[in-house]
Design a protein around this ligand. Structure first.
Ligand code: SAM
Length: 246
């Protein structure tokens, strides 16, 4: 009997995800990472892991700066695409954040562009943080780049139609039990497909709780890719920097 695939295995592995989010590009990744590397005074002797790396836009840029980077993602299509960029300091692997196959070997773990909160319970969030704790060296750094849920909820459009590359995406959003649920209906020529996306509504306090009970200390948080102070009402992002407790 074939087990039903979890929604994130379907949607993020499909080419349509990459068309819909094509504005989340290399340029955005470079801008953010230049600021982050400076702010955290990272140096190229440090070993980085990009958790839920997608096609590897952040990993590839960090590697171009001289860092040793490992990128992991559940999507085998995204990892196959990222593998084209591999070199002796850049590797990609299909792995599940809930069960990472490394020991404590990384100095910095990155979880970027809302790649957290996909699971249906807080226990799994905690499992992911414990896994990240396991793979970091003592005092290792964790950066989580999440949406600012207050801003997202304030501007939530119940329905919108977006056309990209001749493909029509009809997106309906609703809130259910602390989760934003996006239904995505696609019309591509004669083809009609349906996907959905779910992200938990997690604010700074929720993250602080999850991080603290997972053995991390929240050190700082920022509100955009320029790393300006976080403001609940206006910030686009919630970017958290935590360190693994010794
Ligand atoms: C919004 S995308 C962000 C991708 C990438 N960080 C970027 O900025 O381009 C979220 C990613 O999380 C990955 N993902 C979802 N659940 C995962 C899991 N359990 N383990 C590993 N990756 C997962 C998806 O395959 C997808 O590539």
């Amino acid at each position: 009997m074939e087990l039903e695939k979890e929604w994130f295995s379907n949607w993020f592995d499909s080419p349509y995800y990459h068309v819909l989010y094509k504005n989340r590009d290399m340029q955005e990744a470079e801008f953010f990472l230049r600021n982050l590397v400076t702010k955290l005074t990272l140096n190229t002797n440090q070993k980085l892991i990009d958790l839920a790396c997608g096609k590897g836009r952040h990993s590839i840029f960090l590697n171009s700066l001289g860092f040793d980077v490992t990128g992991v993602d559940l999507s085998s299509n995204s990892i196959a695409s990222a593998k084209n960029f591999e070199n002796n300091k850049l590797t990609f692997e299909v792995q599940d954040l809930r069960n990472l196959k490394y020991d404590s070997q990384f100095d910095v773990a990155l979880n970027l562009f809302t790649s957290f909160g996909y699971f249906d319970c807080n226990k799994t969030n905690q499992t992911v943080i414990e896994q990240i704790h396991k793979i970091l060296k003592p005092q290792g750094i964790l950066v989580i780049d999440f949406m600012n849920v207050d801003l997202v909820l304030k501007h939530l459009k119940p329905k919108e139609i977006i056309t990209r590359e001749g493909i029509q995406f009809t997106i309906s959003k609703q809130i259910e039990d602390g989760v934003i649920i996006k239904q995505i209906e696609i019309e591509d020529g004669g083809k009609k497909l349906k996907f959905h996306e779910e992200v938990q509504i997690l604010n700074r306090m929720d993250f602080e709780k999850i991080l603290t009970s997972g053995g991390f200390t929240l050190q700082a948080y920022y509100g955009n890719y320029n790393l300006e102070p976080f403001d609940t009402i206006t910030s686009e992002r919630l970017i958290l920097v935590a360190t693994k407790n010794a």
